[in-house]
Design a protein around this ligand. Structure first.
Ligand code: CP
Length: 314
């Protein structure tokens, strides 16, 4: 039987992404079902997480599955030297799907190549975060009514921020215009700019984060400076508070503009912005539940028709 992984957002075409969004919408209507009753989901987190792990686990729980896994590799046999391959093969003996976050770029792809069960990439180093990407697409679609022809500002750590890498790859289907706003130390890596050029994605680069730039955006996507990716913490100290979004910078924002942030935030969005109608990042994190329920359905080959026909809605 064909195995459906969820490892790399680039491998999904436009129709597949829109289909997953439609599934997420259906799960938002009825998040509590028995669709995964009798299934076991493993969550292997080699790196810290709040939202991704808990929303995957909530997604599984609300669909009737059971959860196994670890939140810290130190409490697993990884600490005794077990390889990633052996860990994945062992957990494949027990679970129907493996959700994994790992610090090494490409770790989820490697796991997908050795595992007999579907692998979900919950973040691999500074590389990709495809499940975050799906919830970002869902959040954009819900707030803008479309994914097409949008102006999107990506702000902050564009070098190490894996969520922005996934987002720009997925948006190639929807004719976006990107503004990359980052200090030169954290600029969008060359490979992603080449990707934009090869895929006809318009982009401009900026170092200043101003109300004028914000006024051109439909989506203002803030990011945290990823301290854990710096080999020299002195370099982190120099850029850690480079951009801080304050309420008074939003005066000329477009009415439809929404502020997204994958979270956690450190200092990059002042707390008074939370009450601003443009703020959407708390609901965005909630949307992770519905997007991740759709990912489980995808991994198990469950169709939208089957979800809609599911009579065991709780
Ligand atoms: N957005 C995100 O990946 O958050 P966590 O690190 O808390 O999972």
């Amino acid at each position: 039987m064909e195995k459906h992984n969820f490892v790399d957002i680039k491998s999904f075409d436009k129709q597949q992404l829109l289909y997953l969004i439609e599934m997420a919408r259906e799960f938002e209507r009825f998040p509590n079902r028995e669709l995964l009753k009798g299934r076991v989901i493993a969550t292997l987190f080699y790196e810290p997480s709040t939202r991704t792990r808990l929303s995957f686990e909530t997604a599984a729980n609300r669909l009737g599955a059971r959860i196994i896994g670890f939140t810290d590799a130190k409490v697993s046999s990884v600490s005794k030297g077990e390889t990633l391959k052996d860990t994945i093969l062992m957990v494949s003996n027990y679970a129907d799907i493996i959700v994994m976050r790992h610090h090494i770029e490409g770790a989820a792809q490697y796991a997908a190549e050795v595992a007999p069960v579907p692998i979900v990439n919950a973040g691999d180093g500074a590389h990709q975060h495809p499940s975050q990407c799906l919830l970002d697409l869902y959040s954009i679609a819900q707030t803008q009514g479309t994914l097409e022809n949008l102006d999107i500002c990506l702000v902050g750590d564009l070098k190490y921020g894996r969520t922005v890498h996934s987002l720009l790859m997925a948006m190639r289907h929807f004719n976006p215009t990107f503004h990359f706003i980052a200090p030169k130390e954290l600029a969008m890596p060359e490979e992603y700019k080449i990707f934009c050029s090869q895929n006809g994605i318009r982009f401009e680069e900026h170092h200043d984060f101003t109300p004028e730039i914000i006024s051109q955006a439909d989506i203002l996507y803030m990011t945290r400076v990823q301290r854990e990716r710096f080999s020299d913490l002195m370099e982190y100290e120099q850029v850690k508070n480079v951009y801080i979004l304050r309420n008074d910078m939003l005066t000329d924002a477009r009415e439809n503009m929404k502020i997204l942030h994958p979270l956690p935030r450190v200092n990059e969005i002042a707390y008074d912005v939370d009450e601003n109608p443009h703020a959407y990042y708390i609901q965005q994190a909630k949307n992770g539940l519905f997007a991740r329920q759709a990912i489980f359905a995808h991994c198990l080959g469950i169709t939208l028709d089957e979800i809609q026909a599911d009579i065991t809605i709780l």
